[in-house]
Design a protein around this ligand. Sequence first.
Ligand code: GLN
Length: 380
Amino acid sequence: MQPLKSKLPSGDTTIFTVMSAFAREHNAINLSQGFPDYDCPDDLKSLVHHYLDDEKNQYAPMPGLPALRQVIAQKVNQSYGCNMNEDNVVVTAGATQALFTMITAFVHEGDEVIVFEPAYDSYVPSILLAGGSPVIYEMIAPDFNIDWDHVSSLISDRTRMIIINSPHNPTGTILSHKDLLALQSIAIDHDLLVLSDEVYEHLVYDELQHESVLRYPDLIERSMSVFSFGKTFHSTGWKMGYIVGSEHLMQEFIKVHQWNVFCVNSFLQYALADYLKEEKNYNYLPQFYQHKRDQLREGLEGCNLEALPCRGTYFQLYNYSRINKMDDLAFAKWMTAEIGVASIPISVFYSSKRQDTLIRLCFAKQASTLAAAIQKLINI
Ligand code: GLN
C-alpha cells in the first residue's frame, strides 16, 4: 500500500488526554482536564432513568426533540432578550460536534477564519479539515485584551468567519459590551459569519454579565452560538450540547448535521427537556463556581504561583515564573510528578507555542479536592 497522506499530519494528541493520563500514572490530583469530580444532579439522573425505562430508546428527530428545542429557545429568549423558536435550535453531540459541523458547513476551500489564541484546541484542526486557513490573533497575558483595529487589519477578501469564545477557555477572561459592539461592526462591514462558543455562559463571576451574541439583534443573522449541557449540568461524559442561530444559517447547518450524526441520544433529550424548564437548575451556577474559584485563589494567596484575573469559566491561570523558567509543558509534568497536582500548560493553545510561564488549574472540584491541592501547592 502507498504511504497514507494524512489530513492532520501533526497528529498531536490533545493535551487533555496527555495530562489526565500523566496524572493517573503519578497518582496526582487532576486539575488538568476540565471536568467536575462531583456527579450531575440526582433529579436529572432520575429523569434519565425514567425515560430510559419509558422506552425512549430509538432515533430522535434529526435536529433534536421538539420539546427540548422549545425549552432551549425559551431559555435563550429569557436570558438574552432574543426571539428564537425551535427552528433556531439543533441539539448536538456536545459543543464539539456543533463547532465541527458549523465549520464544515460554512468554511470552503481557501476561506480564512479568524481565531483568537490561546484557543480551545478543536477549532484549528476543524478549520484545516474543511480546507480553510486559520488566521491567528494572539491575545497576550495577563489581560488577553483584543485590539479590534488589529483584528480588522487581519481581514482579507477571503475571510469568511470569526470564532469567539466567551467566557474564555483557557484564560478565564470574558468579552465586554464594547468588544461585542466592535465585533458587530467588523462582522457587518466585512460580511463575516460569527461562530460564538458560549459553553461557559453560566460561569461568570463578580456580578458581571455574559455577553452572548444573542443579545445583539444585528449580529444574530450572521451568528451561531454553541452551548454544552456538559458544563451546565456537570455531565461532560454525556456529550450533549446545542447550537442556536438564525434560521437561514440553521438550514445549512442541518444539511451537514444530517450526514454527520443524523441525530443524538434520545432518552437524554427527554430528560434534559424536563430539567431545563426550571431556572433554579442552572441559575445557582455563578455563585457555586465563584465560591470554588475563591477557595482556590485564597488558598494559594502568597504562594509562588501568581494568579491571573479570572472572571469566568472553571479555569484559573497561574504564572510560575517565580519558581523557575522551564517551558510550560515541562513545568506541568514536573508539578504532576513531583508535587502531585496536574495542570494544563498554556502554550499548547497557541499555534506559535508561545511560552509565557503559564499553567491552567481547573476548579470544578469538591472543596476537599481543592483543599488537598492547595496543601500540596502552597509551599511550591
Ligand atoms: N474542555 C475541557 C478542557 O478544556 C476538556 C475537553 C476535552 O477533554 N476534550 O479541559
